[in-house]
Design a protein. Structure first.
Ligand SMILES: NC(=O)c1ccc[n+]([C@@H]2O[C@H](COP(=O)([O-])OP(=O)(O)OC[C@H]3O[C@@H](n4cnc5c(N)ncnc54)[C@H](OP(=O)(O)O)[C@@H]3O)[C@@H](O)[C@H]2O)c1
Length: 216
């Protein structure tokens, strides 16, 4: 399986502001991301991203596509609202809610009744390593991880990312409570950090840079 992590951040490394405004990408970058989405089998995000942004995670730029990747939501307690854009569109676009044994069986049933598939793995937190093994058995070949910071940490720490694509938007937002590209507990020393190899760079709209890294 090939796994790509894509995110857009401010120059100071924030993926959203302290008020959870995450509209960082330019239109040109959105077109790039939606093209990337159209090349994968699955798009994965954490439940906080769903709760904060209410995304639909479909392919819409430059034009709406009829073929969308499966949305995979990491949601330990099955907190996803039944009226969220993801659940509301799950009859049209395949959806997987990855949850744990801790989630309410009643809520799991309600999600399934809305045509979303539920995968249960892990006790308190979704076991992402096992989830990827399950997705591989289900014939997923290419997955795009689209955040947020906690999920980015979990997948990077597991060593399952092949490629990291980061758009640096020419803006500084600050804020100690604003989410950064990678959250989690982090490494203690730089020497333990995840090593990257720059494979390409693109400059968009004069001031926006897209960095393409391969994991070493
Ligand atoms: N600029 C960008 O490219 C971009 C992209 C995406 C999101 N964002 C922004 O990022 C922010 C959300 O990021 P976030 O870091 O707060 O949350 P997140 O990564 O979207 O979701 C984190 C949540 O996922 C659940 N989870 C379950 N199992 C997990 C595991 N093994 N590892 C990690 N998380 C697990 C946890 O909640 P439970 O315990 O309840 O399951 C956890 O709190 C939003 O403001 C959004 O707008 C920006």
């Amino acid at each position: 399986m090939y796994v790509i992590l894509n995110a857009a951040m401010s120059v100071d490394g924030k993926i959203s502001t302290k008020n959870n405004d995450s509209s960082i990408s330019s239109k040109m970058d959105l077109i790039r991301v939606h093209k990337l989405r159209s090349s994968v089998d699955g798009i994965m995000v954490g439940i906080s991203t769903v709760l904060m942004d209410n995304p639909i995670l479909s392919v819409r730029f430059p034009t709406r596509s009829t073929k969308n990747p499966t949305r995979i939501i990491i949601d330990s307690n099955a907190r996803i609202p039944l009226d969220s854009n993801i659940i509301r569109s799950s009859k049209k676009i395949q959806t997987i809610i990855a949850t744990t044994h801790h989630a309410s069986p009643r809520k799991i049933k309600q999600i399934q009744n809305k045509a979303a598939q539920v995968i249960v793995t892990g006790n308190r937190k979704v076991n992402i390593k096992k989830l990827f093994q399950i997705l591989e058995k289900m014939s997923f070949k290419k997955i795009l991880v689209e955040g947020g910071g906690e999920i980015n940490w979990s997948v990077l720490k597991l060593g399952i990312i092949n490629e990291l694509i980061v758009t640096i938007s020419p803006v500084v937002v600050g804020g100690r409570d604003a989410k950064t590209l990678v959250e989690g507990v982090g490494f203690e020393n730089i020497s333990n950090g995840i090593k990257l190899k720059l494979s390409n760079t693109i400059i968009q709209n004069k001031n926006e840079i897209v960095l393409f890294y391969k994991l070493r």
